[in-house]
Ligand binder design. Structure first.
Ligand SMILES: Cc1cc2nc3c(=O)[nH]c(=O)nc-3n(C[C@H](O)[C@H](O)[C@H](O)COP(=O)(O)OP(=O)(O)OC[C@H]3O[C@@H](n4cnc5c(N)ncnc54)[C@H](O)[C@@H]3O)c2cc1C
Length: 442
């Protein structure tokens, strides 16, 4: 962390471009969290600078699946999801043992009744361009190295380098960390992850599979086992249709209570070997290597705001502990962070502005605090021991009501205020969970 002298006003910052560039808000990382934040800030008339270390289009290891919650965020941003390249899903197909069931996405008042898939290679590029079209300034190929702080420890900007090792400095009174699971900026500002919270890992690979590429359902397998063992994997496998002749196949798992970290590659190989030959999920149809990455779950980093820095998406550990989904969450948090920052900038520097910025973790906690707390408990007590087997038993698989309730619990799809019996049930259960305390730092 590098210390700077006088705290510069946004107006100062804006007039000062070139090697020492400024903005009202700097967003670090142009994944879904960063591009959503930059888009909403630009729409609110804020001068926003989006710094991204890669050049688009670029790969991101992901399952590429979007639930209706994530689609809702795309619609809020006005992304053209009717354009070619988006693959719609009607719901989920769950496979467990000899059983498979289809669960259509629910018809709710608040969310669309379809999901989507799109490779992150395109998806992140579209979102970043969308933010630029709204007025955000994107600097790609710029890797942020350190926060700049004033004497009080408050962030005043960041240092960065280009691929040619050119050093750069950027100033802003508010910085949004959207740099993903590595959370380097948060760490540099002293925000450690909660060591009691588990980190899941997931691996994926693309296969050419015309047979499965235009499926209408996102397929999830809950009966995977540790290689050479009878124990169920503490996670699930997926086959998501990409609509372009390919499928995205992968699996994610928590560390197991007794067996520790799963060998994802061996589990994937064992699983795919038992899928029908006609699906084509074999080595000769694979595109690229198996790639894996970490999934920070269930709000595993606190506080989500400190000294001018807001954490969004994976950098704040916002992946759902219920199902490993993080794209919609990243975009939603990006929108909340943008609203907060825009409001804060309308106030003069000082205690009132600070009070508004401190409202960001409070709002995120209001939205997901109880739901994530319950999910973290379910992950600790159930998923990390036996995966989804105990909840996806024969009894649940045979009852449309229980299946729909479980599906909506796992994907956080309810109307508020409650509309139907499942809403009443799920919203009621979540309300019974004590709200986690919002941790604060000076
Ligand atoms: C194998 C796997 C499968 C998954 N499947 C799904 C799924 O199907 N659906 C779903 O909803 N979620 C899924 N997730 C989770 C999802 O990928 C993440 O939650 C989501 O990408 C988080 O978005 P983000 O913007 O916070 O971070 P990221 O998408 O990681 O974006 C961070 C950005 O910051 C940039 N960056 C990093 N460091 C710097 C730096 N120092 N300077 C400048 N830029 C920097 C990166 O290049 C990147 O563009 C999956 C995750 C994994 C690992």
């Amino acid at each position: 962390m590098r210390e700077t002298t006088p705290d510069r006003s946004p107006a100062d910052a804006r007039s000062d471009h070139g090697p020492d560039e400024g903005a009202q808000v700097i967003v670090v990382g142009a994944g879904p969290a960063g591009s959503a934040a930059a888009f909403h800030l630009a729409r609110a008339g804020v001068d926003v600078l989006l710094l991204e270390k890669s050049h688009f289009p670029r790969e991101k290891v992901c399952g590429d699946g979007l639930t209706p919650r994530a689609v809702h965020q795309l619609i809020r941003m006005g992304v053209d999801i009717k354009a070619p390249g988006w693959t719609r899903s009607r719901g989920m197909r769950w496979v467990a043992g000899d059983h498979q069931v289809h669960i259509d996405w629910p018809a709710l008042g608040r969310y669309p009744d379809f999901g989507l898939s799109r490779s992150r290679h395109d998806f992140d590029d579209i979102l970043a361009r969308h933010a630029v079209a709204a007025g955000a300034r994107l600097r790609s190929g710029v890797k942020v190295t350190e926060p700049l702080t004033d004497r009080a420890g408050r962030i005043t900007g960041v240092t960065a380098t280009t691929a040619e090792k050119e050093p750069l400095t950027f100033h802003a009174p508010i910085v949004i960390a959207a740099d993903g699971a590595s959370a380097r900026l948060a760490l540099a500002m002293g925000l450690q992850r909660d060591r009691n919270r588990q980190i899941a890992t997931a691996a994926r690979r693309y296969y050419r599979s015309p047979e499965r590429s235009r499926e209408e359902y996102l397929e999830l397998w809950a009966d995977l086992r540790f290689p050479g063992s009878d124990h169920f994997l503490p996670g699930y496998g997926w086959i998501f249709p990409m609509g372009d002749g390919r499928v995205n196949v992968g699996l994610g798992a928590l560390p197991h209570r007794r067996h520790g970290k799963a060998d994802l590659r061996a589990t994937l190989d064992g699983w795919l070997a038992r899928t029908p030959e006609a699906w084509g999920l074999r080595e000769e149809n694979a595109e690229g290597p198996v790639r894996s990455a970490a999934l920070p779950l269930g709000f595993n980093r606190h506080p989500l705001y400190t000294r001018g820095l807001l954490l969004v998406g994976d950098s704040g550990g916002m992946i759902s502990p219920w199902n490993g989904e993080g794209i919609g969450q990243a975009m939603e948090a990006g929108e909340v962070a943008a609203e907060t920052a825009a409001l804060a900038l309308a106030l003069p520097r000082g205690p009132r502005r600070e009070q508004v910025l401190r409202g960001y973790p409070v709002e995120m906690n209001r939205r997901w605090g109880r739901y994530y707390r319950l999910g973290n408990t379910a992950a600790d007590l159930v998923f990390s021991r036996s995966g989804f087997q105990p909840v996806l038993n024969r009894y649940v698989m045979g009852s449309p009501f229980l299946l729909n309730t479980l599906a909506r619990l796992l994907t956080n799809l309810t109307d508020k205020p409650s509309h139907d019996l499942i809403d009443h049930l799920l919203n009621g259960v979540v309300r019974l969970v004590p709200e986690p305390k919002v941790r604060r730092r000076r």
